[in-house]
Design a protein around this ligand. Structure first.
Ligand SMILES: Nc1nc2c(ncn2[C@@H]2O[C@H](COP(=O)(O)OP(=O)(O)OP(=O)(O)O)[C@@H](O)[C@H]2O)c(=O)[nH]1
Length: 759
């Protein structure tokens, strides 16, 4: 009998891989995942169980109506079977984002017992008899009552009798167990919540020495004190801030959620065939039924394979992926990592792996260009195994598919594997809810105004829906799908291009549909205003070494994320190894990416999305990366000595970072030419591109992102004359102290050390 894998057997028998895995487990066979090979004797037993067996669970599997292929994926009902453990660990364990935060927080339920004491302390002179003065008569004290006139005893008695009756009636109105409040309450409102007359409350306040009227506001403390005396708890209502809708996540209701198509991003090194693969999938698979459908680029498209849909994001590469993530959008469910079989694992392949891992997205490897004569897929598998992506055949749990994007070979297998992962991960949504999702791309169209491609992540989007997208708002005027067709509705995982917004949102912004347009406008305006304020304040919650200790103390951080870049692989490993060992009170260092080479924009974006600090050893950020780091408020720490880096991270975690001096870059220079002069050495003819250079500044010479020299200026001249400083836009000639290996194209960074005032 030929080798058969779980998923192949499942396919042949029209049941899910998960069912087969659980059947095998019931039969006592150990199965790692859907890719595991089934032993011959297991196949025989399975056959008996599935075909001949009379056992109830087998019938359930074979008669499963939901797996009917004619049914679309979004129509499948959810299954409650447990995932096999091994498969579970190899994929993302999604957070339950649908769970809403609690709306109320108990302020002081236990504290009520203490109230008598507290009240005693708070109103001087009442310490001893607070409880008795508050009365055990259900809150009806006889302050100012009719004890004055002894001659009117009868009348008083009658009155007393009536009052006692009223008291009894009052007592019969049961006190609530708790009351809720947001901010303050007036005496009247408080009384109403308790179900007691305002006069009772006023009397109690008088006993505390507070003269209050019915309409007077009560402080929260006073409310708690009074409520405590009645044995009633107070809960503070946390106002749900509708304008911060991102905080609610996608609001997925697990109970009613059904399977939705997976959303896939393709990543990989330059020229390994990402675009060719996207084109190939699109051309072979875009719904043939869409008559006259002219594919148009809207940033994502959907294909149908085996009657099931898959959504592909059309912008390949990890930079786009992580930019979205940096803006808070978690769109991708599965990453396809393209590696050319004739080239193998390259720097960006590794970067892509780190980006996908940081986002906890499962990876499927597509070994591409297998049509090439020098293709060596085994070599790719070997190299990727070293990165922790071990093929199933070699005992790991990563799916590898051999393809030729150019020739269309293996595309069906790849799609099948994507669906297999989707089946196991069970990506779900509630199509009946109102829509939530994220922006894939957006632009201003001359004719149509703001146009945005949205990916619906939960619920369904309809024409006419009032919507808030990032800091913009509007009503969905027109919706066009990926084949240029006008549609009225977009279900989960569907990308659509919409018009009708008041402004252009940004890729990665999140959107939400509201019931009415007025509300959408109101929320949109609040968000735009808040964005402006935040921009002005330039505040950020991004972590930096300086505030690390504060965050650790507040319990905000259990792990410190770091991105490490160094000049050579050896330093990368030495630095990563030592940093990983740091453990300060259970707070550990987590290295999300480490590599050799200068600090790039992609490193900054990854750090920004993962709230990480960048540690650079003998490397510099390029100009563009530096700008992005400033915009994204990412802390970059640069070192020339490995121990300094380790010491500083550890010191920062212990709150012992010495913040006295900090380096400030004052200028950037480009070496345009060099002259060799005997006795003097190499003179660099430079152009100051930014800031200025002064004679006493520190200098760093950088070549291809790597620091070649660090020291001081020896001589600085403008034409023939010595210069104290040279500003941006001017040329200068300079020599460096004890260093002559200056080359055309090098850059220099001038810096000074500045004292940092303690915060
Ligand atoms: N022989 C062969 N060539 C391929 C295959 N896939 C892609 N190519 C070629 O490889 C080159 C690069 O392919 P692209 O799809 O542009 O690669 P990419 O990863 O999108 O590249 P960037 O967009 O620059 O990151 C092109 O000349 C393709 O024709 C394949 O399966 N076989």
């Amino acid at each position: 009998m030929s080798k058969m894998r779980v998923y192949e057997y499942a396919k042949e028998h029209h049941v899910s891989s998960k069912d087969i895995i659980s059947k095998l487990e019931e039969l006592g066979f150990e199965v790692k995942s859907h890719m595991s090979i089934i032993a011959d004797n297991a196949i025989n037993q399975l056959n008996r169980k599935i075909n001949g067996g009379a056992a109830a669970p087998v019938q359930k599997v074979t008669a499963k109506p939901n797996k009917n292929k004619a049914e679309g994926p979004v129509n499948q009902t959810k299954t409650k079977e447990k995932k096999p453990n091994q498969a579970e660990t190899s994929f993302r364990n999604k957070d339950n984002k649908g769970v809403k935060t609690t709306k109320a927080r108990s302020v002081e339920s236990g504290g009520n017992r203490k109230t008598g004491n507290t009240s005693g302390k708070s109103s001087a002179g009442n310490q001893n008899n607070e409880r008795s003065r508050f009365g055990n008569n259900g809150g009806n004290n006889n302050f100012g009552g009719g004890r004055r006139n002894n001659g009117n005893r009868n009348r008083n008695n009658r009155r007393k009798g009536a009052q006692q009756q009223a008291n009894r009636q009052r007592l019969e109105i049961k006190l609530p167990e708790k009351i809720t409040l947001s901010g303050s309450l007036t005496v009247g409102q408080f009384a109403e919540k308790l179900g007691r007359p305002s006069t009772d409350i006023i009397k109690k306040l008088m006993a505390l020495g507070v003269m209050a009227t019915k309409n007077q506001d009560l402080e929260k403390d006073t409310i708690e004190l009074l409520a405590g005396d009645y044995g009633v708890a107070v809960e503070e209502e946390v106002i749900v801030d509708e304008a911060s809708f991102e905080d609610d996540g996608l609001d997925i209701d697990e109970e009613t959620a059904i399977i939705r198509p997976p959303v896939v991003t393709i990543m990989g090194h330059v020229d390994h065939g990402k675009t060719t693969l996207l084109d190939s999938i699109r051309h072979t698979k875009v719904t043939a039924g869409e008559a006259g459908g002219i594919t148009q680029h809207i940033g994502a498209y959907q294909v149908v394979h085996n009657d099931k849909k898959i959504t592909f994001l059309d912008t390949p590469g990890h930079a786009a992926f992580t930019t979205m993530r940096a803006r808070g959008a978690e769109i991708t469910d599965i990453t396809v990592l393209v590696v050319a079989a004739d080239d193998g694992v390259m720097p960006q392949t590794i970067e892509a792996i780190h980006h996908a891992r940081a986002a906890k997205v499962p990876i499927i490897v597509a070994v591409n260009k297998i049509d090439k004569p020098n293709a060596n897929p085994d070599h790719v598998m070997q190299e990727l195994s070293e990165q922790g992506l071990v093929p199933e055949d070699w005992g790991g749990d990563t799916i590898f598919v051999k393809i030729s994007a150019k020739k269309g070979t293996g595309i069906d297998d790849l799609l099948e594997m994507i669906l297999l992962v989707a089946e196991i991960e069970e990506f779900k949504a509630n199509p009946d809810k109102s829509a939530r999702g994220a922006v894939i791309e957006a632009e201003l169209d001359k004719g149509k105004g703001p146009v945005a491609t949205l990916l619906v992540q939960n619920g369904s989007l309809h024409i006419g829906d009032p919507i808030v997208v990032g800091n913009t708002f509007g009503r969905v005027r027109a919706m066009v799908n990926d084949v240029g067709r006008r549609v009225k509705k977009a279900t989960p995982s569907t990308p659509v291009e919409i018009t009708g917004l008041n402004n252009v949102p940004q890729a990665g912004d999140q959107f939400i549909v509201f019931d009415d347009e007025k509300k959408a406008r109101q929320i949109g305006e609040i968000r735009a205003e808040r964005a402006l304020i935040t921009e002005r304040k330039e505040t950020t919650s991004k972590v930096s070494l300086d505030d690390l200790f504060e965050k650790i103390k507040e319990g905000e951080m259990k792990e410190i994320n770091l991105v490490i870049k160094a000049d050579v692989q050896g330093s990368v490993e030495a630095l990563s190894g030592s940093l990983k060992k740091i453990d300060v009170d259970g707070v550990k260092v987590n290295i999300i990416h480490a590599g050799a080479g200068g600090i790039s924009e992609s490193d900054i974006i990854l750090a920004s999305a993962s709230n990480a600090i960048i540690i650079g050893f003998n490397v510099r950020p390029d100009n563009h990366a530096q700008k992005v780091a400033e915009e994204e408020k990412v802390d970059i720490r640069l070192y020339r000595v490995i121990y300094d880096a380790i010491d500083e991270v550890e010191a920062a975690m212990k709150g012992m970072l010495d913040p006295e001096f900090k380096e400030k870059v004052i200028g950037q220079l480009e070496v345009r030419t060099t002259f060799k002069v005997s006795k003097i050495g190499t003179i660099a003819g430079c152009y100051v591109t930014d800031g200025l250079i002064s004679r006493d500044a520190g200098i760093r010479l950088v070549r291809n992102g790597v620091v070649i020299y660090e020291g001081h200026v020896d001589t600085l001249k403008r034409f023939k004359d010595d210069a104290k400083e040279v500003k941006a836009g001017f040329e200068c000639g300079l020599t460096l102290e004890n260093f002559n290996d200056i080359k055309e194209g090098d850059t220099m960074e001038a810096y000074v050390m500045e004292e940092v005032k303690p915060k």
